[in-house]
Design a protein around this ligand. Structure first.
Ligand SMILES: [Zn+2]
Length: 202
């Protein structure tokens, strides 16, 4: 019994460390990366209400990744936190500005453009997961449906940020591309990886 308890504690520590490791790896790779902050609950933080993802969000105004206490030690946490860091890389290094300009100019293509944003974010997530030695985390093994179809990043108030729906198979595909370790490959459709490569520390 003692052995089982010890094993469970070690497993939980390892998972808790996964999020911390990701944060260290992201900050080593890119400037201006957010700090991860544990919160009692998401609603009420950064203008979030119940329409916002209750587990992990990226609040761009505070440059913080918020993780709900009850979610911190779950096997799904590293992927969702890595995804939040992917959005942070885009926001802090010019890709989000580029995407927003394109969306404003081409409203009829908004869904497609937001889909490309998500693919590049998943690719960056895979790149960071691999660097943190968490490369065996495939979204398709962790989730039954798209886990990111609720508001999960944006300015305060988060409740007014756009909702994007993705597709789990595409997420897994782009996470795997990033996991191969070449950030230059994170260039879905018309999105190049130039800004990412400029931002990546040697
Ligand atoms: Zn996203």
């Amino acid at each position: 019994m003692r052995l089982i308890i010890t094993f469970t504690m070690v497993a939980q520590m390892a998972l808790a460390d996964s999020v911390t490791n990701l944060s260290v790896v992201a900050k080593a790779a890119f400037d201006r990366m957010p700090t991860v902050q544990r919160v009692d609950q998401m609603a009420g933080q950064c203008g979030a209400d119940s329409s916002v993802d209750p587990r992990v969000t990226y609040c761009t105004t505070a440059n913080r990744i918020l993780v709900a206490d009850g979610f911190w030690n779950t096997p799904q946490a590293p992927y969702l936190v890595a995804h939040a860091y992917g959005h942070a890389v885009q926001v802090q290094h010019g890709v989000a500005d580029f995407a927003l300009r394109e969306i404003r100019n081409r409203r009829s293509e908004e869904t497609m453009l937001r889909g490309l944003v998500e693919r590049q974010v998943d690719c960056i997530a895979g790149f960071l997961l691999a660097r943190a030695d968490l490369g065996d985390v495939a979204p398709t093994a962790l989730f039954a449906d798209d886990p990111l179809d609720r508001i999960h990043w944006g300015r305060d108030p988060l409740r007014l940020s756009p909702q994007v729906s993705g597709d789990l198979a595409a997420r897994a595909e782009w996470v795997a591309i990033g996991q191969a370790g070449d950030l230059a490959a994170c260039s879905p459709g018309e999105f190049t990886a130039d800004l990412l490569m400029d931002a990546l520390r040697p």
